[in-house]
Ligand binder design. Structure first.
Ligand SMILES: *[C@@H]1O[C@H](CO)[C@@H](O)[C@H](O)[C@H]1NC(C)=O
Ligand SMILES: *[C@@H]1O[C@H](CO)[C@@H](O)[C@H](O)[C@H]1NC(C)=O
Ligand SMILES: *[C@@H]1O[C@H](CO)[C@@H](O)[C@H](O)[C@H]1NC(C)=O
Ligand SMILES: *[C@@H]1O[C@H](CO)[C@@H](O)[C@H](O)[C@H]1NC(C)=O
Ligand SMILES: *[C@@H]1O[C@H](CO)[C@@H](O)[C@H](O)[C@H]1NC(C)=O
Ligand SMILES: *[C@@H]1O[C@H](CO)[C@@H](O)[C@H](O)[C@H]1NC(C)=O
Ligand SMILES: *[C@@H]1O[C@H](CO)[C@@H](O)[C@H](O)[C@H]1NC(C)=O
Ligand SMILES: *[C@@H]1O[C@H](CO)[C@@H](O)[C@H](O)[C@H]1NC(C)=O
Ligand SMILES: *[C@@H]1O[C@H](CO)[C@@H](O)[C@H](O)[C@H]1NC(C)=O
Length: 478
């Protein structure tokens, strides 16, 4: 139903009148969208009173010239704080840096007021009062890519509690892990665009700015309901997991993750798809190897699936790994765990985790290629080369349960640090040993990327990481 124009005007001025008496209340954890063209009079918003500290966040939905300013007070005698009230104790200016959002946290025992000082250009803005810092988002994570797919993860949330088992009830995680996902995980949406066709990284790093600019930047919004679900890769926490299809080969993509109810987006992460001839399918969602999320030298899955999961792996692969893990757990529990602590620094649970990560990384070789790395070297001449090893068609895999691969491929070797982590976490008498960097390690591991490659030295490697957020991958961390 449409109201006649004069009546609408009456209602609007009535609303303004009400606003003048009673500033609009911001509701805890509810985002307020408003344009600086439609601010109430005075342009002030009440913060609810709370005995816990609150975070007040302001986000801009477009590039700005710093002329729109935000003032916040917890002094109940100030009804419309402005520049002259700023005392840096009870009244502050929330500065908006280039990222396009700013936040302030303090106590609002008697409530407070957020006021907007309109700038020279009209801006859409978002405001949020929250019990937690809603600007601390982290990065989305790239599992791996093929020529036209990418397996990607949201930033982590709800890290699992660390429950170290204690004597006499020393129960280690079962060989085939099972976890109960959080009942109501936060929803994340991905924003994905070919890097060359988008200027998304020049915009404010806010959810509203990215959503508005998506169409003009060839960006796609990918909601949580098309994800493969949530997955617990490691102790960082749960992540949404998406298998993106229909991408273009040898293309650099930019992605952001935005979390429903939060104003800031994640920082951007990049990935590069492989060339059209790359033929290793992605393997993911293995409960016994939760960190495996990459392309592996296997025949493509039968049927309609476009990537392997536990259901489509060749017969015997899962059973063999579960059996190795189960036997290792039995040895570990019999020999080392329970009565005595074999080291003040590491536990049997830590050993079991680190061993699993290593076992999975060496059992599932990771495919990579030189072509997509060529893109990298164009962008920066100093980027070190990844730990690639040519594998001939039909070569016997390290894991005897895997069938031989029917074509030549490039293996991205596991990082030596994945082996060293298990060596360090596990008791000596299990006899777990990694090759020494100065001897044979480089034949089967990526050496010198994270740690520098001298025996016993931790850190100071050439890249410091196994992979970075720009889409470079140097070794397989598992
Ligand atoms: C706005 O302020 C920020 C931080 O002071 C500065 O880096 C940026 O260049 C300013 N932007 C404009 C358009 O003046
Ligand atoms: C929120 O977290 C971010 C990132 O850790 C930090 O830079 C910012 O200062 C925090 N905000 C407040 C109000 O503490
Ligand atoms: C206002 O904030 C200041 C610190 O920023 C705090 O010390 C003070 O207790 C707060 N006042 C109220 C009434 O909450
Ligand atoms: C032993 O620990 C496991 C897992 O922590 C628990 O499920 C089980 O109930 C405990 N058993 C006893 C007898 O306390
Ligand atoms: C491993 O556990 C998952 C559930 O956590 C189950 O669906 C799967 O069948 C198990 N696999 C094997 C080989 O036992
Ligand atoms: C996530 O989205 C689903 C479906 O729209 C909704 O039912 C659920 O409540 C949302 N969860 C949260 C934490 O917002
Ligand atoms: C990105 O910015 C450049 C330079 O400002 C401009 O030429 C180009 O049209 C922009 N592209 C998009 C998709 O907005
Ligand atoms: C695990 O131990 C059992 C019993 O000793 C043995 O039969 C089986 O072959 C072992 N599994 C593996 C993968 O070594
Ligand atoms: C992808 O593009 C970004 C932005 O231009 C660049 O920083 C990054 O190095 C590129 N990634 C690769 C692997 O080429």
């Amino acid at each position: 139903m449409f109201l006649p124009i004069p009546l609408l005007a009456v209602i609007q001025s009535f609303l303004v009148l009400v606003d003048a008496q009673q500033p609009q209340q911001l509701v805890l954890e509810r985002v307020l969208d408003i344009s600086t063209a439609n601010l109430p009079n005075p342009p002030a918003f009440r913060i609810p009173a709370s005995t816990d500290p609150l975070f007040v966040t302001v986000a801009l939905c477009a590039a700005h010239d710093n002329s729109t300013r935000f003032f916040l007070t917890n002094d109940s005698s100030i009804s419309n704080p402005g520049a002259s009230d700023v005392d840096s104790v009870n009244t502050v200016e929330i500065g908006i840096p280039a990222e396009g959002f700013g936040s302030w946290s303090t106590w609002f025992t008697d409530g407070g007021v957020l006021s907007v000082s309109k700038g020279s250009t009209v801006l859409e803005i978002q405001m949020l009062v929250s019990a937690s810092n809603s600007t601390d988002m982290g990065f989305p994570l790239v599992g791996d890519t093929t020529s036209n797919q990418a397996l990607v993860f949201s930033p982590p949330f709800d890290p699992p509690p660390i429950d170290s088992p204690t004597f006499p009830n020393y129960t280690l995680p079962s060989a085939n892990l099972s976890f109960t996902p959080p009942a109501s995980p936060p929803n994340y949406t991905l924003i994905l665009a070919p890097t060359a066709q988008s200027n998304l990284t020049l915009l404010p790093r806010t959810a509203c700015a990215l959503r508005v600019a998506a169409p003009a930047n060839a960006a796609t919004l990918i909601p949580p309901f098309v994800a493969e679900g949530v997955w617990l890769r490691d102790s960082d926490g749960w992540r949404w997991q998406w298998l993106l299809n229909a991408l273009s080969p040898l293309t650099n993509y930019t992605m952001f993750a935005i979390r429903t109810g939060e104003l800031a987006s994640s920082a951007p992460a990049y990935f590069v798809t492989k060339s059209a001839t790359f033929n290793c399918p992605i393997v993911h969602s293995l409960s016994f190897c939760p960190s495996v999320a990459y392309a592996t030298p296997l025949a493509p899955p039968a049927g309609v699936a476009s990537a392997h999961t536990a259901d489509t792996l060749p017969d015997g692969v899962a059973d063999t790994l579960i059996s190795i893990m189960a036997n290792f757990t039995i040895t570990l529990s019999t020999l080392a765990c329970g009565r005595d602590v074999y080291s003040p620094l590491v536990t049997c649970a830590g050993c079991s985790d680190a061993y699993r990560r290593w076992l999975c990384a060496v059992s599932f070789p990771r495919c990579a290629e030189t072509q997509s790395q060529t893109l990298t070297s164009q962008s920066s001449a100093q980027v070190p080369l990844p730990a690639l090893q040519a594998v001939k068609s039909g070569a016997t895999p390290r894991n005897p349960a895997l069938p031989a691969f029917s074509s030549d491929y490039q293996a991205l070797l596991p990082c030596l640090e994945t082996c060293n982590a298990a060596d360090r976490a596990c008791p000596n008498f299990l006899g777990f040993k990694c090759p020494l960097p100065r001897f044979t390690a480089a034949d089967s591991y990526g050496v010198g990327y994270i740690d520098n490659g001298d025996d016993g030295v931790i850190g100071h490697g050439s890249t410091g990481v196994a992979q970075d957020v720009y889409g470079n991958v140097w070794c397989n961390i598992g």
